[in-house]
Design a protein around this ligand. Structure first.
Ligand code: PMP
Length: 468
């Protein structure tokens, strides 16, 4: 015990907050911050609303962690999960076994995915999908006689999970500090960040700058040593950075020209988040590999996947020792309960009208966010589909961010909570938004009005005012 957390007012012994503080390590959260502030225990949910243990209702404008695309409380998902647990709760994919849900889900994904991504390996989430993609790519180049191709390039502010390998492709300082990544084989190029790009926000200039940066990095490393470029079609955890239309296609084409693999990390953008089932579809892009998770099972149970083109598959299949096992596998790869849920979630997107509803809500979301740019704190508003952000600044002309000492993210989160709204408050003061695709027109209005009230409250905060 080292912080004032231990002297906080009388929490009943064995209360959830005490047990949490003493025993549960949370993702990303600072250990000392956790001891000091504790957590808000969430109790139940329905549609777009969460209820916490104190009975406070919150409109969830972030779909959990940009994953509950179908909203909470979808009974048909509960039913298929229960039914699958009764019939066959587990089946290994090892030793020549399979299960119907995992086979059908792989086939359905291949059908929905961009052209050519016919082969699917299931994971438990996004980090191990990225990790699996790196392992398969490495195997592919070793198998096809090009073992020097071992360098990986990603974008600044990119997020590709927190596995030992993926955390190096993730280009956010907290994921590197004290973890000894990136490795010498992991490199980054500048993000296509229209609001802060040194070339300005002109779409053609932003795209040309990214292509030139990739070409320069590949030239510096030598194309014969570069395996792949990883990117998110819209950068999520880096602050919802939306590149101009055409950017993804230009990067895909540059990779083909440069003889490096193009990997689209659609963990957030997949499953209708930006409009179409996959963001790659909007630009008719076919990556060599694609990683997915989150919306695949809408967060109801864990699951991710890596999809690969036939070229990669065949390269590995005809590898160094074609009959030898490929030493990559997880106990829960293709878990039948997760796969059954995935099939039902995909059905809800396509036949259940959720994709169409999400697309219908996109324009109100975009114009609502754009309408907040008149707020004194908002420097930039951006979105694609139902994935959006407001970038907060203390000085609009200079695009100057708040000093971390102001603790803007904490103030935003607390003001949001008081107004019954949950969103992501990034460390740099950007607000991330990803409402469920089931969002009605009224719920969208409520979300936007609570957001404006939250911004007003934060602006009224004396310490924020003093920092302006
Ligand atoms: N890639 C991207 C683009 C992500 O956004 C995330 C998670 N936010 C991951 C990978 C890692 O996924 P997971 O947290 O399921 O391991």
């Amino acid at each position: 015990p080292s912080t004032d957390a231990r002297q906080r007012p009388a929490l009943p012994a064995n209360s959830l907050q005490v047990l949490d503080r003493d025993h549960l390590i949370h993702p990303v959260m600072s250990f000392r911050g956790h001891e000091k502030h504790g957590v808000t225990v969430l109790q139940s949910a329905s549609g777009m609303f969460l209820r916490d243990a104190s009975g406070h209702d919150l409109l969830d404008a972030f779909a959990g962690l940009w994953c509950v695309n179908v909203g909470y409380g979808q009974e048909s998902i509960v039913e298929v999960a229960a039914e699958q647990m009764r019939r066959l709760p587990y089946a290994t994919g090892y030793f020549g076994f399979g299960s119907e849900p995992s086979i059908r889900l792989a086939a359905r994904l291949a059908e929905l995915a961009p052209e050519g991504l016919d082969h699917v390996y299931f994971t438990l989430g996004g980090s191990d999908a990225v990790d699996s993609a790196v392992r398969y790519i490495t195997h592919y180049f070793n198998s096809t006689g090009r073992p020097a191709k071992k360098h990986f390039i990603s974008l600044e502010r990119g997020y590709h999970g927190s596995s030992s390998t993926g955390a190096g492709l993730t280009a956010l300082p907290a994921f590197h500090a004290h973890f000894d990544v990136p490795t010498p084989r992991q490199h980054t190029i500048a993000s296509p960040y229209p609001y802060r790009n040194p070339v300005g926000g002109d779409p053609a200039a932003v795209i040309a700058a990214s292509v030139a940066a990739l070409e320069a990095k590949v030239a510096e490393l030598g194309a014969e040593t570069v395996a792949a470029f990883f990117c998110e079609p819209v950068q999520g955890s880096g602050g919802v950075i939306v590149p101009p239309p055409g950017w993804l296609k230009a990067m895909r084409e540059a990779c083909a020209r440069l003889d490096i693999l193009f990997v689209a990390d659609e963990v957030i953008t997949g499953f209708c988040r930006t409009g179409p089932i996959f963001a790659c579809h909007a630009e008719a892009v076919s990556p060599d590999l694609m990683t997915v998770a989150k919306g695949l099972t809408a967060g109801y149970v864990p699951m991710g996947a890596v999809l690969m083109s036939d070229r990669i598959y065949q390269g590995i299949a005809d590898g160094l020792a074609p009959e030898a096992p490929i030493g990559h596998g997880f106990t829960y790869s293709g878990h039948p309960v997760s796969a059954a849920v995935g099939l039902e979630v995909l059905r809800l997107y396509t036949e259940g009208g959720i994709l169409a509803n999400g697309e219908a809500r996109g324009p109100a979301f975009a114009s609502g966010l754009a309408g907040l740019v008149d707020h004194p704190l908002v420097g930039d508003a951006r979105s694609r589909g139902l994935l959006g952000a407001l970038e907060l600044v203390r000085d609009k002309a200079a695009k100057a961010r708040f000093d971390p000492a102001v603790e803007l993210p904490r103030r935003l989160f607390e003001a949001g909570y008081r107004n019954g709204l949950i969103f992501r408050a990034f460390a740099d003061g950007t607000i991330g938004l990803a409402p469920a695709l089931t969002c009605t027109a009224d719920e969208m209005e409520l979300l936007l009005s609570r957001l404006r009230r939250t911004l007003d409250d934060v602006l009224d905060d004396a310490e924020v005012r003093a920092a302006l």
